[in-house]
Design a protein around this ligand. Structure first.
Ligand code: CUA
Length: 313
């Protein structure tokens, strides 16, 4: 029975060993300090115990000792900070060559879209050896996406996108949890991450087809009639969107905004919040008309638009 409860979750990402090493160091350091402190207390309590007829002598402080036991722990503490900061930056900066996975959390399930169009609920199939980036949002309340085997966890927040990344190393099945209490079904908001060999992943992909998010987004862009205002030429009332993703956009009033996932999402739901310079605040809000999955598809579509080389897409 006790064997069913593992001491540590499996180690299945490039980040996991790094986190485990720091964690092991902290545990060992704490153990050494604890044993040392209690050992000294015990030793002195016995050595300097009250004896009949012996008066205690007077004690002077030792500057040298005090400096020593301030300086050494100080250096260790700063070292732990630097070590932790290094891991933090590794954990928040994905490499440039990543595979995007779009997640939306909902009471009480995890919905996933693959860049190649597959969708799944509470399951996630990914290839081993590939850096994965999750772009996540929630349709209702706060959730938190947690894959202990990857040592990665990130809050999933309604109204904005959060990101995390990991590179799975070992094929296998791993637990997926919601790590933020989100209502009565919280404990059931769990799933399985299936890390597959690259060939097995390709086989899985070909057995589950669907529109890739950017293609689904392109269809939505048309069916929601976004193209009537966002295409160059007659009737153009909004900026042309080709190639704007990742670039600064000048706003009415003189400020600037970098076009990222959050800005595109805000512009769809609250178009008047940041109006692009040179345009009138005339766009209607699509709040309530689009679900988070659809907004993600539109974002993926706009992200996919290359700068117009003569002629709009
Ligand atoms: Cu979702 Cu807890």
């Amino acid at each position: 029975m006790l064997n069913d409860i593992p001491l540590m979750p499996p180690n299945a990402s490039t980040f996991a060993s790094q986190v485990d090493l720091l964690y092991a160091f902290l545990v060992i350091l704490s153990a050494v300090v604890t044993v040392g402190t209690f050992g000294a207390v015990l030793f002195f309590a016995i050595k300097y115990r009250r004896r009949p007829g012996v008066a205690p002598g007077s004690m002077e402080g030792s500057l040298r000792l005090e400096l020593l036991w301030s300086f050494i722990p100080g250096v260790i503490a700063i070292g732990i900070f630097a070590w932790g900061a290094k891991l933090y930056f590794y954990g928040v900066k994905p490499p440039t060559d990543v595979m995007d996975i779009y997640v939306s959390g909902k009471q009480w399930m995890w919905k996933v879209q693959h860049p190649t169009g597959q969708k799944e609920i509470n399951d996630l199939h990914i290839p081993a050896g590939r850096a994965i980036r999750w772009t996540m949002t929630s349709e209702d309340v706060l959730h938190s996406y947690w894959i202990p085997a990857f040592r990665m966890k990130k809050d999933v927040v309604p109204g904005r996108y959060t990101e995390m990344w990991a590179q799975p190393t070992k094929p296998g099945e791993y637990h997926l949890f919601c790590a933020e209490y989100c209502g009565t079904g919280h404990s059931k908001m769990i799933g399985t991450v299936h890390v597959l060999e690259p060939e097995a992943y390709q086989r899985w992909l070909s057995g589950n087809t669907g529109d890739p998010p950017d293609v689904a987004g392109a269809k939505l862009f048309e069916s929601m009639r976004c193209n009537t205002c966002h295409a160059a030429g007659q009737g153009q009332r909004g900026p042309v969107l080709d190639g704007i993703f990742g670039k600064p956009q000048p706003l009415k009033g003189g400020s600037e905004v970098i076009v990222n996932e959050d800005y595109v999402r805000e512009s769809i739901l609250h178009p008047l919040a940041k109006v692009v310079n040179g345009f009138e605040p005339v766009m209607p809000s699509y709040d309530g008309q689009l679900g988070e999955e659809e907004i993600m598809q539109l974002v993926a579509y706009i992200k996919s638009l290359k700068p117009a080389a003569g002629g709009a897409k």
